[in-house]
Design a protein around this ligand. Structure first.
Ligand code: GSH
Length: 206
């Protein structure tokens, strides 16, 4: 059975969990990272030299990097469904997945970590506010993207929605001010109607 290592309060692990549950693949998950440890053991580092989560082992094929894992799982098990066969639709999905990992997440991390994982007396208010403002503006790009479209890429739910859902769940539940984003909120409500999203994205952000 496919094995997954990673804690559920990591958005990168959650992408993989969502992909597996959306596809309906059985898997065995081991908590790893932060308080669970595991990711610094020599055995884990032999699989993933970064010492980060998530990592999967699919019948001896070991893979890390959450977006690569989501693409792999969708290509093997959901081609034409979550992995778009049309190269342009797929590139579009890839683009938004990469935007999440390289643009949106890095700017959101300081406000998320500050507001959710740092005790009030140790918070850097200026860093939190700078991150919140930049994230709020970046989410505006996604809102514009979703104008007139049900899903992020192509006409159907895809790997792009899977990769963006956990970070948007985090953003929409962070204890901070947000500009109303009607398209993002409509998209989020529609993906939350899916059993795999409803099951996994109702956890509090920690
Ligand atoms: N680009 C990597 C980033 C992986 C990453 O930064 N993982 C974080 C959790 S989101 C981690 O392992 N942090 C250390 C820990 O949990 O101990 C991916 O998308 O998989």
């Amino acid at each position: 059975m496919l094995k997954l290592w990673g804690r559920l309060n990591s958005i990168n692990v959650m992408k993989v969990v969502l992909a597996l549950d959306e596809i309906g693949l059985p898997y065995e998950r081991t908590d790893a990272g932060l308080q669970f440890g595991v990711n610094n053991t020599p055995e884990y580092r032999a699989m993933n030299p970064n010492g980060l989560v998530p990592t999967i082992d699919d019948d001896g094929f070991v893979l890390w990097e959450s977006n690569a894992i989501v693409r792999y799982l969708c290509a093997v098990h959901a081609a034409g469904r979550f992995w778009p066969e049309d190269p342009r639709v797929r590139a579009d999905a890839d683009r938004w997945m990469d935007w999440q990992g390289t643009t949106l997440n890095p700017i959101m991390v300081p406000s998320f970590a500050g507001l959710v994982r740092t005790p009030p007396e140790k918070r850097d208010a200026a860093a939190i506010e700078a991150s919140r403002t930049k994230t709020d503006a970046a989410v505006g790009l996604l809102d514009a993207r979703l104008e007139g479209r049900e899903y992020i890429a192509g006409g159907a739910f895809s790997m792009a929605d899977i990769a963006l859902a956990p970070i948007m769940h985090r953003w929409l539940n962070m204890p901070c001010e947000r500009t109303p984003r009607p398209q993002v909120e409509r998209w989020y409500a529609s993906i939350m109607a899916r059993p795999a999203c409803a099951k996994n994205l109702t956890r509090p952000i920690t």
